[in-house]
Design a protein around this ligand. Structure first.
Ligand code: NAD
Length: 355
């Protein structure tokens, strides 16, 4: 066995996982020493958030249901005013990455404890990373102050997540684990978690295509989301996440679909340099190539395959390639503008990925 040198830092967050675990929210809040929680959600999930707030009784000061994608600073400032006027001493983010992002943005400014109850598979609840937008610019920071203190994973909450979102959100999570396999700062724990997280989704997603409310598959996918989010928080990401950051930040493409489309291409590209690291993923997909396996997996499950179908114009490809290669960053395979332009072109057309 040839073990590389590594350093490892586990997360301090409390994880509560289980069917019906939502009912343990009051206990988790109390264990953090908090007494007045502000429940956060998107407008679309306001009804569920209100129900949770009512169930919490006097522990809840109410619901702030204005979370949106990309955590605009203006929304955070509005939430901060509600935090102050209500005397809230912690937040509870009920929803996907957008809602969790708002909780992190509040914690970054007030240092209030956070509880996250994720209802998608994006994985933000397990990372010390916060992306925010102001004046049309997205910036990302990494700070342990934004890592939620407690996370409640309840598979029942995702049983009505529409299948299309289930699939793209699942592929978004798989992207964290796929890039963790070849991360420069990977460690034995991150690799174990990444392989297990990928396996959880490779098993669960085909079942959820047939039976979206299958509770065992929902639990498997949420377990995968925890693992994949955890490795996203632990090790550095490379080409795939860079491309998705550019496409989301500069061209306003939807987060999860962009990840779903780009992933097979980025992995096929990096496989040339990181074939051994990606071999477990290829094997679980039953293919010689992990990138091609991901493409077939996504296609069989009905995922969007082409960037042109989610709002990217062909005339944007040059600029996207230019922005994605402007600043140097670590990647297992050397990056140059022409190769990235070709990768994006194949992803734009929805073609099979090339090496
Ligand atoms: P999202 O949170 O924007 O949710 C998308 C929509 O689905 C929203 O309307 C939401 O209310 C709805 N929704 C969520 N759960 C649902 C459910 N169970 N049933 C029905 N509808 C539901 O989407 P997302 O993909 O979870 O998160 C994307 C955002 O998270 C992006 O802004 C991304 O940058 C961020 N993110 C951050 C990190 C990080 O580590 N900082 C990691 C991953 C994602």
């Amino acid at each position: 066995m040839d073990i590389r040198d590594f350093s490892y830092q586990g997360s301090s967050a409390q994880i509560v996982f289980g069917r019906g675990a939502l009912s343990r929210a009051a206990e988790v809040i109390a264990a953090l020493g908090c007494q007045r929680v502000l429940v956060l959600s998107t407008p679309q999930q306001a009804e569920d958030a209100e129900r949770l707030s009512s169930a919490l009784g006097p522990l809840s000061v109410g619901v702030f249901a204005k979370a949106v994608m990309h955590t605009p600073v203006g929304t955070t400032e509005e939430a901060l005013r509600v935090m102050r006027s209500s005397g809230a001493d912690c937040t509870l983010a009920f929803g996907g990455g957008s809602t969790v992002g708002l909780g992190k943005a509040i914690a970054y400014r007030l240092d209030t404890p956070q509880i996250a109850i994720p209802t998608t598979y994006a994985g933000s609840e397990a990372t010390p990373i916060l992306g925010q937008t102001q004046g049309g610019e997205k910036t990302t920071l990494r700070d342990n102050a934004v890592l939620p203190e407690a996370v409640i994973y309840d598979p029942e909450l995702s049983q009505d997540l529409p299948y299309a979102m289930t699939l793209t959100s699942g592929l978004n999570a798989m992207a964290h684990a796929a890039e963790a396999l070849y991360a420069k700062d990977r460690n034995p724990m991150s690799t174990l978690m990444a392989v297990e997280g990928l396996r959880a989704f490779v098993t669960a997603l085909p079942v959820l295509k047939q039976t979206p409310r299958d509770m065992a598959a929902r639990a498997g996918a949420l377990y995968g989301a925890w693992l994949c989010g955890t490795v996203l928080g632990q090790v550095g990401m490379s080409l795939h996440h860079k491309l998705c950051h550019v496409l989301g930040g500069s061209f306003d493409l939807p987060h999860a679909q962009t990840h779903a489309i780009v992933l097979p291409h980025a992995i096929r590209f990096n496989e040339v340099a990181a074939g051994a690291e990606l071999a477990p993923l290829a094997a679980m997909l039953g293919r010689a190539s992990a990138g091609e396996g991901l493409y077939d997996f996504a296609k069989d499950l009905g995922s969007p395959l082409a960037l042109r179908d989610i709002g990217l114009a062909e005339t944007d490809l040059d600029r996207a390639a230019e922005i994605a290669t402007r600043n140097a960053y670590w990647n297992p395979r050397q990056i140059d503008r022409d190769r990235i332009r070709a990768l994006l072109d194949a992803a734009w057309r929805g073609e099979r990925p090339r090496g």
